[in-house]
Design a protein around this ligand. Structure first.
Ligand code: COA
Length: 260
């Protein structure tokens, strides 16, 4: 049995979290959920980490959703606890004050796809396939899928995919806006790292405020959203980083941002 269910690797401001239960398609049991929760909880005030990448280990899967073998032995209260925990965890990922990139290296089903939906950016291997297959198990997506999928790809397509439980391949995922881009499997992590490094060049407070404005503004009417954007902008004005950006432009050099 594998004890190290979540691999954690940090390099140059980027934290790579790898779901590591490849023998079970990286399915979420309570142990993996808690390990991911512990990492996410520790990230908000960790100024050394600018971007998080989440991926899966092994050749086949990103994550096949809830561990259905564990689920079989659970009573109803335990199932409710699992659903409550995974839903709140994915919301915490969505609300994290740093960008999170899903590196979808293979199959992403049920909760695995819902994890992708809670991430800010999704990049998939050409061999990946994705689906909210829960209705095929006589349950519904319970970790945000019924809410985040229609917001991302529109309600008609989301209803089609949720009602049928159909899986889409990477090409279709790209076409319907479910993923930002696709690339060859071998290049997946380096593509994600490349994007992460571009984000690392930006101002940390700017990124935090931009994410806040997008996430919160989109859930309101335009007028309220513009108010949220305005307040988020005001946060960046008194920062040393804003002055550093102007100075670097004047001096024709790369800015050095400190998140201050
Ligand atoms: N929970 C627990 N174990 C899982 C799992 C899950 N969600 N998904 C796959 N596994 C296990 C399989 O049981 C198998 O283990 P075994 O060798 O002990 O039988 C192993 O992972 C490999 O899966 P297998 O089904 O043999 O591979 P495959 O390539 O034929 O199919 C899937 C892969 C993911 C398409 C298929 O396993 C599947 O449909 N899984 C369920 C996915 C799902 O419905 N998720 C939503 C949960 S709410």
């Amino acid at each position: 049995m594998n004890d190290n269910v979540l691999l954690v690797e940090e390099q140059d401001g980027v934290l790579v979290l790898t779901l590591n239960r490849p023998e079970l398609m990286n399915a979420f049991n309570f142990t993996l959920l808690n390990a991911l929760k512990e990492q996410v909880d520790g990230l908000r005030f960790n100024e050394d980490i600018r971007v998080v990448i989440i991926t899966g280990s092994g050749l086949k899967a990103f994550c096949a959703g809830a561990d259905l073998k564990e689920r079989e032995g659970m009573n109803e209260l335990q199932v409710k606890t699992f659903i409550f925990t995974i839903r709140n965890l994915f919301t915490a990922i969505e609300d994290l004050n740093k960008p999170v990139i899903a590196a979808i290296n293979g199959i992403a089903l049920g909760g695995g796809m819902e994890l992708c939906l809670a991430c800010d950016i999704r990049i998939a291997a050409a061999s990946a396939s994705m689906g909210l297959t829960e209705t095929r198990l006589a349950i519904i997506p319970g970790a945000g899928g019924t809410q985040r999928l229609p917001r991302l790809i529109g309600r008609g397509k989301a209803k089609e995919l949720i009602f049928t439980g159909r899986r889409v391949d990477a090409q279709e995922a790209l076409q319907i806006g479910l993923v930002n881009k696709i690339c060859e499997k071998d290049a997946l992590l380096s593509e994600c790292q490349k994007m992460a490094q571009m984000i690392c060049d930006t101002g940390p407070i700017a990124i935090e405020q931009a994410k806040y404005a997008i996430n919160n503004g989109l859930e309101t009417d335009l007028h309220t959203g513009l108010g949220i954007e305005s307040n988020a902008y005001w946060v960046t004005i008194p920062t040393a980083d804003r002055l550093e950006g102007l100075a670097a432009f004047r001096e024709k050099r790369k800015p050095v941002y400190k998140g201050k």
